[in-house]
Design a protein around this ligand. Structure first.
Ligand code: ADP
Ligand code: MG
Length: 693
């Protein structure tokens, strides 16, 4: 038996169970061993019966005096009643609808039971406990820390423990180590056999922690190695070298209505320096909301176009692509550059032809022009540009030099290659406002080079942020601001209210009704949420930008990048529901114009963590600082899809442990370039698994 032994070949797992395991995506012995518990129950403290605690889970150990099944006549329900005794007292135990209990347990058996003890009018009872006969061997279901697994129909945690224990006993000594020995020693990690043993059957809580540390370390170590490998592989690819055209860049910078910040200059320079080389740039431009990333990308773009190569700019939503089109159009209008905007549903396409205004042309024409190289910069959503199915709608470039991506991190080499027809891979500049702490970025996105815009342009007014428990104050300020001609956002955590417990949360629909009927009957109020059609959403956003109404009530869909300089109030209902990075993004929607802006955080929560988080919003206006705080207080859930690397939850939640991230990264540097064959194979398998997911 080894890790790739199919479960069919494991004795003790019948065909019905094989099917059910496959539903849990467990196909091999390795899958079974790596199916880690999602939780643990601590049954390790055995109580004397006379000391049991009511309304709590207790573990007891004793002898069965009697056990029998009772049928209740009116309800079709069976009841198993049992009396158990230890050297201190006896206790009644009941199970519902488990008629086989009387077959499993007999009077005289020595058993261990773990379960909740209830008290009612007649007696004290232990209800439906987990049970286990005591033999000489150690227990696995009771009287210890017991693993709880994700269950599916027909597969219980108890069953998994039951099959796993003998398998582990049999193969534990043969489990091959997957990490290099020197790394295990240097970083003081559990060996793989020990880690697998302790993650399933820990002797004490610390055992779980040690085992998890080993697996987290390994996962981060492999991710880091993979990124180093990707980085080296990309260096072997060829890219069009793009010379830096200083006269044009200078003319462009002089044409701007503002002076670039030193950080913007540094980042533009880093990008252009990368693109001078004949292998592909792979750069992440990280900068807070409003830090001015667009103009940096425009500099890279104009330099590319003047070297007679094309540029594509992709953003996640159509609203954003339109905004980018407008910005690029304004910035580059005196530079003889053709910009195309490819839009989705409505089949309308614009092109800026030299100095004239925008004109509409058909999609067909736009694609033809792109293929001929007459469009210098094409802007569209990533979906539209890379995933168009039909042949005649496929975007083809004549000679692509630069790919700019806004707010999307992953764009693989293969995707890049399909856009670049001439066997050269286009340069990539990826932009994000997601403020991830640097240590994390270096590991998780370690294949990318980092450019950070760490200062906001001068003269920005700090947004006044306030925590409030009632709306009144915010409403009166909204009214005042709107009288001055400004606009306001109101964010709610939900679209509509429903019956479940979370109905306490403010919903967009209710809030919209309340505001337009009761609070501000004279104002113009609209709403926006994810269930609306893209066309509707676009129209609402456009109308808001064009000041056609005063207050926008929205869900978090408004989060990404939308620019409404006239809006000065951001009010966030249920603010504790959101991560700090996200709140910071919301807040970044205002304060984009010259007027003083305000942000109200509404929360009724009294939790210490919540208050600490909200206070951080008031104190700090740096996204990096806030994300660090959030990472510490809440873990990383906010800025990363949980399933991004098929990581178990505990790996995700340990990403707030910067120490282990640093160690894993150091370890990957210790062994790179990899000479150990076993590690090479392990990394290949890891990569393959990532691609499958
Ligand atoms: P983000 O980094 O969020 O994408 P943008 O590129 O949209 O930010 O820039 C936000 C605003 O700041 C824009 O209106 C832009 O014109 C302006 N801006 C950019 N750079 C500067 C600067 N150096 N000085 C003043 N304003 C700037
Ligand atoms: Mg932007």
């Amino acid at each position: 038996m080894n890790f790739i032994t199919p479960i069919e070949n494991i004795s003790g797992i019948g065909s019905a169970y094989q099917k059910r395991l496959k539903n849990l995506k467990i196909k091999t012995l390795g899958d079974l061993l790596y199916n880690f518990p999602r939780d643990y129950k601590d049954f390790s403290k055995i109580s004397k019966i006379k000391n049991i605690r009511i309304n709590e889970i207790n573990s007891i150990s004793g002898k069965i005096i009697s056990i029998e099944e009772e049928k209740s006549p009116h309800k079709r329900m069976s009841l198993t009643k049992c009396l158990i005794e230890d050297d201190s007292a006896s206790l009644e135990v009941i199970w519902f609808n488990q008629p086989y209990m009387t077959k499993s347990l007999k009077a005289g058996d020595e058993v261990m039971l773990s379960g909740k003890v209830n008290i009612n009018r007649y007696s004290v009872q232990m209800v439906s406990p987990t049970f286990e006969k005591i033999s000489l061997k150690e227990t696995i279901h009771t009287g210890r820390i017991v693993p709880i697994y994700s269950e599916t129909k027909g597969i219980t945690s108890k069953w998994i423990r039951y099959v796993l224990r003998p398998i582990l006993d049999k193969i534990k000594s043969k489990i091959p180590e997957t990490l290099p020995e020197e790394i295990i020693k240097k970083y003081n990690l559990l060996t793989l056999p020990d880690a697998i043993e302790k993650i399933h059957f820990p002797d004490k809580t610390e055992g779980v922690v040690e085992a998890q540390r080993r697996f987290v370390f390994e996962q981060l170590f492999l991710i880091s190695l993979l990124n180093m490998k990707k980085r080296d592989e990309l260096k072997k690819e060829e890219a069009p070298a793009i010379p830096i055209n200083l006269p044009v860049i200078k003319r462009f910078i002089n044409s701007l209505p503002f002076t670039l910040t030193p950080a913007q200059k540094k980042c533009s320079w880093q990008a252009m320096k990368d693109m001078e080389r004949n292998f592909p740039m792979n750069r992440l431009l990280q900068g807070d909301v409003g830090s001015g990333k667009t103009v940096v990308s425009a500099i890279a773009a104009i330099n590319t176009v003047k070297a007679k190569r094309q540029v594509v700019l992709m953003a996640p939503t159509e609203i954003l692509t339109k905004q980018h089109f407008k910005t690029f159009f304004n910035l580059l209008k005196n530079f003889n550059i053709n910009i195309g905007l490819l839009t989705g549903k409505e089949d309308i396409y614009y092109s800026k032809k030299l100095r004239s205004d925008t004109i509409e042309i058909s999609r067909k024409k736009l694609l033809e022009k792109t293929e001929k190289g007459e469009i210098d910069i094409l802007i569209g959503t990533q979906a539209l540009i890379t995933q168009t199915k039909t042949k005649e709608n496929k975007v083809k470039f004549n000679d692509l030099g630069l790919i700019i991506i806004d707010e999307q991190h992953r764009f693989g080499v293969k995707q890049r290659a399909t856009l670049s027809p001439k066997k050269k891979i286009a340069h990539l500049l990826s932009m994000t406002a997601t403020p991830i702490p640097r240590t994390l970025t270096l590991t998780i996105w370690g294949d990318l080079d980092l450019s950070i815009i760490d200062t906001l342009p001068k003269g920005r007014k700090k947004i006044k942020t306030e925590i409030i428990t009632e709306e009144k104050k915010a409403y009166s300020l909204i009214e005042k601001e709107i009288k001055k001609g400004r606009q306001a956002f109101v964010i709610c955590p939900r679209i509509e209210s429903d019956e479940d417990e979370s109905s306490l949360l403010k919903s967009v629909k209710d809030e919209h009704e309340k505001l337009s009927k009761i609070i501000f009957p004279k104002l113009r109020i609209e709403m926006l949420h994810g269930k609306m059609k893209p066309k509707e959403k676009d129209k609402i956003m456009k109308d808001f930008k064009n000041k056609k109404f005063d207050v926008l009530v929205s869900t978090s869909v408004v989060e990404v990048g939308i620019d409404v300089p006239n809006a000065t109030v951001m009010m966030i209902e249920g603010a504790d529901r959101f991560g700090l990075a996200q709140l910071h993004q919301f807040r970044g929607r205002v304060g984009r114009g010259k007027d003083q802006s305000y942000c109200f955080l509404l929360t009724e929560s009294k939790s210490k963590t919540t208050i600490e988080r909200m206070k951080a919003m008031v104190k700090y206006d740096s996204g990096f600082k806030l994300s660090e705080i959030d990472l510490r207080l809440r873990g990383p859930g906010d800025f990363m899809g949980k399933r991004q690397w098929g990581m178990p939850d505990f790996v995700m939640s340990s990403l707030n442990n910067l120490e282990i991230i640093r160690e894993a990264r150091n370890a990957s540097e210790d062994v790179y370039p990899i000479s150990n064959d076993r590690l090479k194979k392990r990394l290949e398998a890891f990569e393959e698994k990532l691609h499958l997911e």
